[in-house]
Design a protein around this ligand. Sequence first.
Ligand SMILES: NC(=O)c1ccc[n+]([C@@H]2O[C@H](COP(=O)([O-])OP(=O)(O)OC[C@H]3O[C@@H](n4cnc5c(N)ncnc54)[C@H](O)[C@@H]3O)[C@@H](O)[C@H]2O)c1
Length: 281
Amino acid sequence: MELQGKTAVITGGASGIGLATAKRFAAAGVNLVLGDIEEAPLQDALSQLRGDGARAIGVVGDVAQEADVEAMRDAALAEFGAVHVVFNNAGVGGGMTIGTPKAVWDWVLDINLGGVINGINTFVPLFLEQREGHVVNTASESGLVGSAGSGPYCASKYAVVGLSEALFHELALYDKNVHVTVLCPNFVRTRINESQRNMPSDLVAYSANPMVQASKKIADDLVNSGIEPAEVADLVVNAVVNNRFWILTNEHSATRITEQRLEWMRGGRPPRAKKMTAPGS
Ligand SMILES: NC(=O)c1ccc[n+]([C@@H]2O[C@H](COP(=O)([O-])OP(=O)(O)OC[C@H]3O[C@@H](n4cnc5c(N)ncnc54)[C@H](O)[C@@H]3O)[C@@H](O)[C@H]2O)c1
């Protein structure tokens, strides 16, 4: 895709990978609509982008709500007349596999998976009609390997990888110049380890659980040792320009864990996922 003058909607655009990608798109002449649940960081992000000369607007909304994602699309159409890229990126982490209340599972799945579904339902029909568009879905390396301490997150990210592959094959049948990318980052230095900041207040008590606290400490160290969001942003922009399906920020790690999983399926030993080991192990 030729980017100059195009419009991108980025969910979770106020922080981390979303904001870094907004900056890269802006530098390539792309108009931006940032959707985020956090109003003050969203306003800060818009000020930074506009200060650098970008054409950018923001919509406060929750990607788990289809109407909020539709409002992001409608704001983009009203301001810029068209949308060409949707980056379904907003996400949260949280929850062990054992002992996590269903409401916490729902919170993670409704955002990480439901948000991507809402993005597809809202934008793909528009892209097919205009015969141009690119969907980027943020999954994770946790969508390629299961690991202790992150059941809801892994479940949501595996689902995003699966639905992205399904979308790839369906779009090929339509053959209308609409494409999809799935982003599977290893650790990136963002605020994902502070996802609890957006957790509904009635669920926050769960996060005080010592196992959850221990797991968070591990996540803090891993995220803080990660790559910069700007590196991921370059890969996202490149995938849209050159129409690539997979983005593996650490290709060696992603392919190694996939090969190990294949060996496990064939009767070998289970892979030892290095990240997010269970507290105390
Ligand atoms: N940072 C990592 O190590 C890493 C690794 C793999 C995948 N990811 C994925 O990258 C994506 C971006 O996360 P990040 O690392 O930049 O973290 P981040 O916390 O810095 O940014 C996430 C953004 O999403 C927003 N958000 C949260 N819930 C929302 C909701 N319901 N509706 C709208 N916006 C919401 C937050 O306010 C925040 O601005 C997530 O999907 C995450 O799972 C991150």
